[in-house]
Design a protein around this ligand. Structure first.
Ligand code: DQA
Length: 145
């Protein structure tokens, strides 16, 4: 399968950004890990990160018909981007939403995702493993429909 991994604002600063919450691993290490994980399962993973909402919308639009699935951590846009919600609804590529931290243990404003209703499901609180879990779900869905 072909996966597009989309990471939103501030996730390029993984490793430096609040390591007690997001861990010590860098964004580059995350991408390497996901590419290796996908390759080990006969698949590919392309990584895209942007701090700009419009660029994320363009990436979602561009994924349609090109990728089998999207795995997205929209960062703070999760909590207020109706534009990302609408973009996910506009394309056929299914999406799983991933959060590194357990957003439900954090501030109230992080408890609500406006983007999750357009996703197959949401994974949170499992650290970087959450991205692999999302890939694993799509792979198992392919073999056990
Ligand atoms: C996050 C949680 C969001 O609330 C936050 O704004 C992020 C990262 C996570 O991965 O835990 O940027 O999506």
């Amino acid at each position: 399968m072909k996966f597009l991994i989309i990471n939103g604002p501030n996730l390029n600063l993984l490793g430096k950004r609040e390591p007690g919450i997001y861990g010590q691993n860098t964004y580059e290490a995350l991408c390497r890990r996901l590419k290796d994980f996908a390759a080990a399962h006969g698949s590919t993973a392309d990584c895209f990160q942007s701090n700009h909402e419009g660029a994320i919308l363009d990436a979602i639009h561009g994924a349609d018909g090109v990728y089998d699935a999207i795995i997205m951590n929209p960062g703070a846009y999760t909590h207020y981007s109706y534009a990302i919600l609408d973009a996910l609804k506009a394309v056929d590529a299914p999406c799983i939403e991933v959060h590194i931290s357990n957003v439900h243990q954090r501030e109230e404003f992080r408890h609500k995702s406006v983007t999750a209703p357009a996703c197959v499901g949401q994974i949170c609180g499992l650290g970087l493993y959450g991205y692999e879990a999302a890939i694993g779900y799509f792979l198992s869905r392919e073999t056990n429909p």
